[in-house]
Design a protein around this ligand. Structure first.
Ligand SMILES: [Zn+2]
Length: 239
């Protein structure tokens, strides 16, 4: 089986920006205010407004070659792919993927704080008049994991490590989820990233690049790397 872990670099070519593209400010919002539990407690209206705008932004965004390649993989090798993403956009789904594991939540959904029910609102805004369709609570929030709260889907990472023999990291700098210990569990691995990143541990830099821990390093944007990635995957699956 194949474990795929994608990050912001997968969606960058589709015009999706993340807070890492900005310097503490994201579309004029303070990142810590809109992406942390403290900010959420301090001003729910502001945070809601922010996610409403991000959700609306998604509507006209289109999947790129890399999203489409991952959808193709799912069809070609049914039940063989763990498609894990740190992205909260819906471009993998737009490309035709049906089994995406969103590690950091999803922009298109709202969540009930009372019963944890999650439902799709498309690209529409949260208006404060919603009630949970299941328990009728009016305590409703966006469905994006914030700094300061648990990410329950992370358990799927460990599950994938146990079950898969090939690990592919696409467009992630390894700053949020450390991909080096994951890659170290695999004999076969591919890293796709336009930039060489130094491996920073909590003790500081080890003076090595992250790509040193991978079997293959494709130093390019996600879309550009697709053909070579597919070639390596086919070779692996045929072996
Ligand atoms: Zn509920």
């Amino acid at each position: 089986m194949i474990m795929i872990l994608s990050g912001a670099g997968l969606s960058a070519e589709s015009g999706i920006k993340t807070f890492r593209d900005h310097d503490g400010l994201w579309e004029n919002y303070d990142v810590m205010q809109v992406c942390s539990t403290q900010g959420w407690k301090a001003d729910r209206a502001l945070v809601t407004q922010f996610y409403n705008a991000r959700r609306k932004d998604l509507e006209d965004k289109k999947p790129n070659r890399a999203h489409k390649a991952l959808a193709e993989l799912e069809k070609k090798y049914p039940g063989q792919i763990y498609n894990l993403t740190q992205n909260v956009d819906d471009l993998l789904e737009k490309a035709g993927c049906e089994e995406v594991i969103h590690l950091h939540g999803t922009l298109r959904d709202l969540r009930c704080e009372a019963c944890s029910h999650i439902w799709d609102v498309g690209y529409s805004s949260q208006e404060y008049s919603e009630n949970c369709p299941v328990c009728k609570s009016d305590s409703i929030r966006h469905n994006v994991v914030m700094f300061g709260e648990a990410a329950p889907m992370y358990s799927r990472i460990y599950e994938a490590i146990q079950k898969c023999q090939l690990f592919i990291a696409i467009g992630t700098s390894g700053q949020v989820i450390d991909i080096v210990p994951i890659a170290s569990e695999f004999q076969h691995s591919i890293l796709i990233n336009p930039k060489r990143e130094e491996y920073m541990t909590s003790f500081g830099s080890k003076g090595r690049y992250i790509d040193a821990y991978f079997e293959h390093f494709l130093q390019s944007g996600a879309g550009e790397a697709v053909d070579e990635m597919m070639r390596i995957i086919e070779e692996f699956m045929d072996a």
